[in-house]
Design a protein around this ligand. Structure first.
Ligand code: FNR
Length: 184
């Protein structure tokens, strides 16, 4: 049986290395996983007042979509040593109304990257702090901090760095095996 995994990408720009990484992971995933990018760029900022009336259609659509997945992989760049607002907003939207979080119990993977050498370590661990509260069991090893992300892809966003390909393959295979163990 193939597990459906939502991939949340924390960058909205067209030439995003995070999006290219998400696509590469989807292509490398074993047959037991089907990865799909779920878009977050149209989600209005979270405002609790709106949840007490009729929530924006974009929020409802996003919540229903995520509810239909077995797991979630977050691919995030690092912004100012933390995660970008767009990914935190999507997490906040999915976490409410109180008691109806769509994230609850879903096995998570965290991939961070940057064009610098540190591979988004700060973003990765700020995100992990939130996933603890959301009750998302999160793959521990291998950790995925992808530094120098500007060297991985060609101009069309194809993964051309063989070393990185091996590292990504190791990550997605470990995530797939762990999801099977967890969900049975
Ligand atoms: C960055 N970048 C960055 N890099 C890093 O290693 N640590 C950081 O704290 C930051 N901070 C930061 C803030 C903001 C507002 C921007 C726009 C960028 C650089 C970042 O790694 C680079 O732009 C990546 O290419 C972003 O990922 P995408 O858009 O290619 O997916």
């Amino acid at each position: 049986m193939s597990r459906k995994v939502a991939v949340i990408v924390g960058s909205l720009r067209k030439g995003s290395f995070s999006r290219a990484t998400a696509r590469a992971l989807a292509a490398l995933a074993p047959a037991s996983l089907k990865l799909e990018i779920v878009e977050i760029g149209d989600l209005p900022f979270y405002d609790q007042d709106l949840d007490e009336g009729t929530p924006p259609a974009e929020w409802s659509r996003f919540r229903e979509t995520i509810a239909g997945y077995d797991g979630v992989i977050f691919v995030t760049p690092e912004y100012n040593r933390s995660l970008p607002a767009v990914i935190k907003n999507a997490i906040d939207v999915g976490s409410r109304p109180y008691g109806a979080s769509v994230w609850n119990g879903k096995p998570a993977g965290v991939v961070s990257l940057s064009v610098g050498a540190t591979g988004g370590f700060g973003a990765n661990h700020h995100l992990r702090q939130t996933l603890v509260f959301l009750n998302m069991p999160t793959l521990q090893q291998p950790e995925a901090y992808y530094g120098n992300a500007g060297t991985f892809f060609d101009d069309e966003g194809n993964l051309v760095n063989e070393g990185t390909k091996k590292v990504m393959q190791g990550f997605i295979d470990a995530y797939a095996a762990w999801v099977e163990k967890l969900l049975g």
